[in-house]
Design a protein around this ligand. Structure first.
Ligand code: ADP
Ligand code: MG
Length: 492
């Protein structure tokens, strides 16, 4: 980049970047937040649009209880305080994708206040991992707008299916200090919403959207600089690129005597640069006032307790458990708990075998190799947990070798109804563990190499490998090498 080239790292090192993230998560409720029309992605345009969603005069919104529960789940997972008395306000503005002319949102008194998300990030200079907690300002509930679709001919079409989709917006404190921290935090949020089953976390489809607020200040300063908000970031990588890009742009501007203005910019993934969209609206532009059609929502002790009781084990707890219960190394535990479906699958396999480390290796290797994002989300694994356990047991018993098991696994993926043993038999992959038959081969081999046997007995112990190889060859690769080793040692 041109800008980067003109800024020495010495100049850059005088500044630090300050980042705050706003993440919108579409909640996986069956219906919209204030109406009963379906909350579903990918339908024919304008098919999920009730009169309430479109804000026709005389219609009344009614709050979806599940949406409130999902927001509380996220708050509990982040250690936030749950607000008991909740009010929705109208945020008034005109835009073609907003049929009502206002968005219902929690302006004052968000449902979750404070809390934080522990992350592990890497020091940008040394690459050393460190742990930190990203502080949350709050999480609030609101409704999504519809979608404007701009086509190449300059025509804009409107699809209101998305209007009224329940959202939580998670707002951090301006406490993020590097692009990596921003990326790690977003990855943790995505992991958590998937664990909690409240959002599918799909950034390409827009179920999870992230806006990045960036400012700079001289290193060591405690005041906050003027922030710029970058929108339109549809991947973790782009969020990180946007932080780095904004940092450089703002330092460049400051160093050349320019002034940073508070504005909203849009990110271009092709170039990694951002472009000014509009100067930031102020609060007053929206003329917030409490929605007169909705009664306040009170979260009772009983309700809160029932949501708390429905919480699954969270990724951090599962990570610890995978190390303590299954004795896995921390690397394995973190890979396997990265997605709830993967962790569940691991435990399902372990219900049938105690070779936990072998299970982990199989999942991190061949299973993950076959697994696509879609399969993971649909909980469709390439082979069922029980069949994978059977295969691992076959290796353990010496019925098939490690290498043959890889072939059996590939066959298992294509033939979900055949048992691993059947498949191994069909392909002649069962190991020969017939002691008598193998002993005969051992004796034949030794008889055909009298000089080598003599040399071996005089101390040339590295000839042992030759004998093993010859026996394996004679068995056409079917012999169990462990057994061949034993028989050879005994006979020699
Ligand atoms: P706005 O009123 O413009 O929405 P907020 O104060 O609500 O601004 O903050 C929105 C987001 O921007 C939050 O995530 C917050 O942490 C972050 N933020 C606020 N000020 C700064 C700053 N000076 N630099 C970087 N991020 C900031
Ligand atoms: Mg704000």
């Amino acid at each position: 980049m041109v800008v980067e080239a003109t800024l020495s790292s010495a100049i850059l090192s005088h500044y630090e970047v300050v980042v705050g993230l706003e993440i919108h998560c579409q909640l996986l409720t069956e219906s919209k937040i204030f109406a009963s029309d379906a909350n579903a992605f990918g339908a024919e345009p304008n098919t999920h649009i009730s009169v309430i969603t479109l804000g026709h005069p005389g219609t009344l919104p009614k709050l979806n209880r599940k949406a409130v529960e999902y927001a509380i789940r996220m708050g509990l997972a982040c250690g936030s305080e749950i607000t008991r008395h909740n009010v929705f306000a109208r945020k008034n503005y005109f835009y073609p994708d907003l049929p009502k002319g206002y968005q219902l949102s929690q302006d004052k008194g968000p449902i979750c206040v404070g809390g934080g998300m522990p992350i592990t990030a890497k020091d940008p200079q040394t690459g050393t991992p460190y742990q930190t907690t990203i502080q949350l300002h709050h999480i609030h509930l609101e409704e999504d707008a519809g979608k404007s679709i701009h086509d190449d001919s300059g025509v804009t079409r409107l699809d209101y299916n998305r209007a009224g989709t329940p959202l939580i917006e998670m707002v951090t404190e301006p406490s993020i200090r590097t692009a990596d921290e921003a990326g790690q935090y977003l990855a943790e949020v995505r992991k958590l919403v998937r664990y909690l089953d409240i959002c599918d976390g799909n950034m390409e489809e827009g179920s999870l959207r992230c806006d990045v607020n960036v400012s700079i200040r001289p290193k060591g300063a405690t005041h906050l600089g003027t922030k710029v908000e970058v929108k339109n970031l549809n991947s973790i990588r782009n969020v990180m690129r946007a932080v780095d890009g904004e940092f450089i742009r703002q330092v460049q501007l400051t160093e050349t005597g320019g002034r940073i203005v508070q504005e909203t910019r849009t990110f271009d993934a092709a170039t990694g640069l951002s472009y000014a969209m509009r100067e930031k609206e102020t609060m007053n532009d929206y003329r917030y006032f409490p929605d007169p059609d909705l009664t306040p929502v009170v979260v009772s002790d009983e309700w809160l307790a029932s949501v708390r009781a429905s919480m699954p084990l969270l990724p951090a707890a599962r990570y610890q458990q995978f190390m303590s219960t299954y004795g896995l190394p921390d690397y394995d535990a973190s890979v396997l708990t990265d997605a709830r479906e993967l962790a569940d699958y691991f435990e399902a396999v372990c219900a049938h075998t105690t070779k936990y480390k072998a299970v982990s290796n199989w999942i991190m290797g061949p299973v993950k190799g076959q697994l696509t994002e879609k399969m993971l989300r649909d909980r469709q694994f390439p082979v069922s947990a029980e069949r994978l356990a059977t295969l691992i047991t076959l290796i353990e018993e010496g019925t098939v070798s490690q290498t043959a098991a890889q072939q059996v696994f590939t066959l298992m993926v294509d033939q979900p109804d055949a048992s691993p043993v059947e498949l191994a038999q069909q392909r002649g992959l069962i190991q020969n563990r017939n002691t008598d038959a193998l002993q005969t081969l051992v004796e034949e081999v030794l008889a055909s190499w009298p000089d080598k046997v003599a040399q071996y007995r005089k101390g040339k112990k590295n000839l042992f490998g030759l004998f093993v190889g010859e026996v394996m060859k004679k068995s056409k690769g079917s012999a169990d090498p462990k057994l061949v080793n034993e028989l050879l040692t005994k006979t020699l």
